[in-house]
Unconditional design. Structure first.
Length: 94
């Protein structure tokens, strides 16, 4: 399996973990929530890899990479909820 596909799988796993750890109603819907989770996971995994805290290789994942990717996904999910709430409030005042 190519390395980029490992990053996507890591994103799916970490995005699902982030959604499990951060339940609630997401205003953007399921698909956008999954995409935010994957992007956040990729961001967290990428930062962790460059800081030497974990690695994604063609042979598998490290626990640190999964944890960092999950943290990145949680941060992006929180930001997505915040932006959606702010946009909703701004639209209600017009």
């Amino acid at each position: 399996m190519p390395l980029w596909l490992h990053w996507i799988v890591l994103g799916l796993v970490a995005g699902a973990l982030a959604k499990f750890l951060m339940p609630g109603r997401d205003p953007a819907g399921c698909l956008i929530t999954v995409v935010l989770g994957i992007v956040g996971a990729l961001l967290g995994g990428w930062i962790g890899s460059h800081l030497g805290w974990g690695a994604v290789s063609a042979t598998g994942f490290s626990i640190r990479s999964i944890a960092l990717a999950t943290l990145g996904a949680i941060v992006l999910l929180l930001l997505g909820r915040l932006v959606a709430t702010l946009l909703h409030r701004a639209a209600g005042r017009e």
